[in-house]
Design a protein around this ligand. Structure first.
Ligand code: RFL
Ligand code: PHB
Length: 394
């Protein structure tokens, strides 16, 4: 077994792990990232699309803003579509100027990888059998196999940034963790179509047949989602059925025309909320989807991952600079305040916009009443807007 050393051992090269390594490097703290997938795989993984203002600003402030500012699409609002009409939520007017930016998660990941590699980072792809050890001592370790060689990496700290299906949580004794969870009885069939978006802004549609979302990645790439039943497979959703449902659910009284195009990517995502508390055990810190996931309706997952590692990098910086463990000790509580705000918002958006199998006609009337209120009361619309663009203080 070959022995290596670093200050912070990071499991996972998603947005959380890569951004953490980037922020630590700026503070002069060394890290090693171990990722089980290939670089090509993670750069192609199509996921989130919406960056909060704070995420955008962090990218800019840390030298990652150049391509995002050129190619990202700044949006000043979204549309809630129901009863055949659009109801615009004007983020900038309602929040004192805040906006969101549509820039694909895989683009953020590409930019982070390029920046890390240019800075000479130790970023290892296709690493196998990663496990964390001795995390309750002052000498935690990662063990893994890389290029056929078994490695033991001695660290000061371990960051579990390995997503929802990662292994870092396994290093925490079960009786130290509480898991809060809600499964929704539906998912989203998502497609990426090689065609210009049919609308300039995102459209969140609540229809008697279920939810649909019109989003985009660029002036020539449209991202679309339709609510499906839990347990459906992609075989249940040939392209024709997806387009038919999108046309029905996105229809308006004034003849909205959804433009079809070749489907270049398709996947199903289940709507699920999970929080594991606390987000720390000894010298192991969980960040991003490894600690919590939200249903995609609020567009919060990637933004929460970035917010976590921002808190973690500054707490580690404080420990290395002053020797004080205070900021590290409050990491979990600090993050969980934002996480639960985002959980509430994501749950609220999800229940307001989707059709549940148990919903009756009464429930649908309530849903429509709520949608009318959110889009007609300035205070209600401002609350949606404030949460969507990202709350600075929670
Ligand atoms: P990731 O991105 O899952 O990265 C974890 C990384 O760890 C690796 N890994 C391991 N490496 C080594 N050893 C192991 N044993 C490992 N196990 C796992 C994985 O290969 C991976 O590279 O987690 P991270 O960094 O916490 O980032 C979280 C985000 O990816 C996630 O929250 C968002 O994609 C959620 N999400 C959205 N978030 C937004 O903020 N805005 C959106 O608009 C938005 N839309 C979405 C979404 C997620 C979706 N899906 C597919 C669930 C839309 C969809 C459809
Ligand atoms: C996306 O563009 O992929 C997207 C946008 C908004 C969401 C979720 C996903 O709420």
């Amino acid at each position: 077994m070959k022995r290596e050393k670093t200050q912070v051992g990071i499991i996972g090269a998603g947005p959380a792990g890569l951004m953490l390594s980037h922020l630590l490097a700026r503070a002069g703290i060394a890290s090693v990232i171990v990722e089980r997938r290939s670089r090509e795989y993670i750069e192609k993984r199509v996921r989130a699309g919406v960056l909060e203002q704070g995420t955008v600003q962090l990218m800019r402030d840390t030298g990652l803003g150049e391509r995002m500012d050129r190619e990202g699409l700044v949006h000043r609002g979204i549309s809630l579509r129901f009863e055949g009409r659009d109801h615009r939520i004007a983020f900038d007017e309602l929040t004192g100027g805040s906006t969101i930016t549509v820039y694909g998660q895989q683009e953020v990941v590409k930019d982070l990888i390029a920046a890390r590699i240019a800075a000479g980072a130790r970023l290892h792809f296709e690493v196998e059998d990663v496990s964390a050890h001795d995390v309750s001592t002052s000498a935690p370790k990662l063990r893994y196999t890389f290029a056929g060689e078994q490695i033991e990496l001695e660290c000061d700290f371990v960051a579990g940034c390995d997503g929802f299906r990662g292994v870092s949580r396994d290093a925490i004794p079960a009786d130290h963790l509480v898991r809060y969870e809600r499964e929704y009885p539906f998912g989203w069939v998502g497609i990426l179509a090689n065609v210009a978006p049919s609308s300039e802004e995102l459209i969140y549609a609540s229809h008697d047949r279920g939810f649909a979302l019109h989003s985009m990645r660029s002036p020539t790439l449209t991202r679309l989602y339709v609510q499906c039943d839990r347990g459906d497979t992609l075989d249940d959703w040939p392209d024709g059925r997806i387009w038919d449902e999108l046309h029905l659910r996105l229809a308006t009284d004034d003849g909205f025309a959804l433009i079809e195009g070749p489907v270049v990517e398709r996947a199903i995502a289940w709507m699920h909320s999970v929080v594991t508390e606390p987000m720390q055990y000894g010298r192991l810190f969980l960040a991003g989807d490894a600690a919590h996931i939200v249903p995609a309706t609020g567009a919060k997952g990637l933004n929460l991952a970035v917010a976590d590692v921002r808190v973690l990098s500054s707490a580690l910086d404080s420990w290395y600079r002053t020797g004080s463990p205070a900021a590290l000790a409050s990491y979990s509580d600090t993050c969980l305040r934002r996480v639960w705000r985002a959980q509430h918002f994501s749950n609220w958006m999800t229940t307001m916009l989707h059709r549940f199998p148990t919903d009756d006609a009464f429930q649908r009337k309530l849903q429509i009443a709520q949608l009318r209120w959110v889009s007609s009361s300035r205070d209600a619309a401002a609350s949606l807007a404030e949460n969507y663009v990202g709350i600075a203080a929670v």
